[in-house]
Design a protein around this ligand. Sequence first.
Ligand SMILES: NC(=O)c1ccc[n+]([C@@H]2O[C@H](COP(=O)([O-])OP(=O)(O)OC[C@H]3O[C@@H](n4cnc5c(N)ncnc54)[C@H](O)[C@@H]3O)[C@@H](O)[C@H]2O)c1
Length: 378
Amino acid sequence: MKEIKIALLGGGFMGKAHSLAYATAPLAAKLGVKVTKEVLVDVDPERAIDAAQSFGWNSSTTDWREVVARDDIDVIDICTPPQFHAEIALAAIAAGKHVFVEKPITNDAAEAEKITRAAAANGSVVAQVGFNYRHTSAVEFTKQLLASGRLGIPLQFRGTYLTDGGLFSMGPKAWRRSKKTGGSGTVGDIGSHVIDSAEYLFGDIVRVAARARAGRPNEGWMAESDRIAQDALESAGVWVAEFANGAIGTFAVNGYSAGRKNRLYWELDASRGSVEFNWNNREEFRVAYVDEDAQHRGSMMILTDTAHPNGVWDLAGLGVGYVDVSSIQFQKFFRRILGEEIEVPTFASATHVQHVVEAVYRAAASDAWVDVPSVEVS
Ligand SMILES: NC(=O)c1ccc[n+]([C@@H]2O[C@H](COP(=O)([O-])OP(=O)(O)OC[C@H]3O[C@@H](n4cnc5c(N)ncnc54)[C@H](O)[C@@H]3O)[C@@H](O)[C@H]2O)c1
């Protein structure tokens, strides 16, 4: 049995999710690989030790460079804040390691292009990005419906991602609030997920027009001129988009939405049907088909079943959770390491998402539509 030894960098929130997912990924898919949680790295020495013990790692350290240089490590999994992703990924690729990196791939599209090119130039390296929500059964099934033509021509996508985290103290996650500590703003942070969902389903976004606002708790939005002058990270963004396939879309993301808890929601219309998905009720999705008898035309709620992709259990109705979608993404990652070709969020697709994020920011600072560049891999 092939053994895959993992080094996980960053023992925080996502480090915990990945640690739990590694435990079930090979088992659930009967992959025939032995996944060894070899070493957990965190720059915070106490967290390194504590997270390694709590999440079941063989050892811990504070120095990622020493780990990247080790011959026995197969995978570098990067769960640090995004401003460190590119440097670590480049070193890992140069050392011939497979690389899994959390979203956003980086906070800078030029850096993202650089690591995408580096990974492409090293043919033996398998690289993947943690856009986990697209592995949900309902989302992947929607992709199949679109690919099979059952829904007809894609027409319109409406996506939102709302949370209320910005209204409260963020504790150790406060790095998210500032550019110099690697924050991505709400468009780069949660917005990147809804952009990935949109591009996974409808293909590339090619132009955007946008507005963004930075929040001051209890004072409403900052004046936009102040936000731009101070280069402040925004807490809300709205944009309209055109897709390469001719579809159009609207998007809204916001960290100040009281009562909304990690609410990734989208609906799409196509010429033969429509689909509606809400991560908060991810077992369900709604589909309407144009070709139903007139008496049956309407939006039907389907509870995901074993017939849908990416089920974890062979019994319907048991639920798919946050760790499960991470487990599914790692099953795909390991299957790719074993040589299978599977559609996943690649460095190239995640770099395109980052181009969209940056186009939204540029558009928000102007009254103009902004074109989204395509990704130059070679
Ligand atoms: N896919 C998702 O659903 C999802 C959800 C949350 C976060 N994320 C992403 O995961 C990444 C980490 O976010 P988080 O919420 O886990 O943050 P976090 O603050 O909870 O944890 C980050 C950890 O990285 C450590 N760290 C910082 N620099 C390091 C370095 N150079 N080497 C090793 N360790 C280092 C910190 O000490 C901290 O323990 C970010 O890119 C974030 O956007 C993804």
